[in-house]
Design a protein around this ligand. Structure first.
Ligand SMILES: Nc1ncnc2c1ncn2[C@@H]1O[C@H](COP(=O)(O)OP(=O)(O)OP(=O)(O)O)[C@@H](O)[C@H]1O
Length: 231
């Protein structure tokens, strides 16, 4: 835990890409097991914030603490190991490995952390069942619908029982019915396993599945919970 009791704590994050300021002072705390929606208009810095929190992008200034550890003080190898062990990821377009079956895709995080194939695939199958896509387990991603592929991606994100799931527009490529179902399954599953979810979205309908919202505007993030605490 970080000193304020949160699992992830970001303070004063700044990040520029050449002349473009992506983050201009972002503060955010995430507690274990909570679902936080990061909202804001296109280009406001939401994805950059998520990438900084996950240790994928190194901010130009500011700090990110995860479980009491400063991400900037870790080596690249330590950060990679942390991402594999403690974090799960869901992106807008699934980003499944096209050569692997859906079952192999869902088992991948366990395989990468040294689990034997049989054990990894047995656990992955349970998650595919939970996400209602066990019937396509032997299909490759190119042979399933967008909604099915995204459910497989959610299973892959959760299979290692991560402490944080980072989801960047996870329903952005889905119709509203599929989007709602994916959000329901993602947030129900995360709440069961006590995983925190950092959910980037610009849709209020998707943010409605969160416990609270953080708004990013022009690279500035305002953590509403922090404001309430201070009041
Ligand atoms: N790798 C990059 N190289 C150059 N500019 C970038 C890069 N990544 C982001 N930017 C710029 O930084 C700003 C913030 O981008 P970011 O993707 O974080 O916003 P966003 O709120 O997630 O947008 P969207 O909702 O459209 O995905 C934008 O102006 C974007 O063009």
């Amino acid at each position: 835990m970080t000193p304020d009791g949160s699992l992830i704590s970001a303070a004063g994050l700044r990040k520029a890409y050449g002349p473009t300021t992506a983050l201009d002072g972002a503060d955010l705390s995430i507690h274990a097991g909570e679902v936080v929606a990061v909202m804001g208009p296109s280009g406001s810095g939401k994805s950059t914030l998520l990438h900084c929190l996950a240790g994928i992008v190194r901010p130009d200034a500011g700090t990110v603490h995860y479980d009491g550890r400063d991400l900037a003080a870790m080596s690249d190898a330590e950060r990679s190991a942390l991402r594999r062990r403690d974090f799960g990821f869901v992106f807008q377009f699934g980003q499944l490995v096209p050569e692997l079956t859906c079952l192999e895709n869902a088992a991948l995080p366990l395989r990468l952390t040294g689990h034997k194939r049989k054990d990894a695939e047995a656990r992955a199958l349970r998650w595919l069942e939970r996400l209602e896509v066990a019937d396509v387990r032997h299909h490759r991603p190119g042979q399933v619908s967008g909604g099915q592929g995204q459910r497989v991606a959610v299973a892959r994100a959760l299979v290692g029982e991560p402490r944080v799931v980072f989801a960047d527009e996870p329903t952005g490529a889905l119709d509203s019915l599929n989007g709602e179902r994916v959000m329901q399954l993602l947030t129900d599953s995360a709440r069961e396993t006590r995983a925190a979810v950092v959910l980037v979205t610009h849709e209020a309908r998707v943010a409605a599945y969160s416990d609270r919202e953080v708004v990013v505007r022009d690279g500035i993030a305002r953590d509403m919970a922090g404001m309430y605490d201070a009041a």
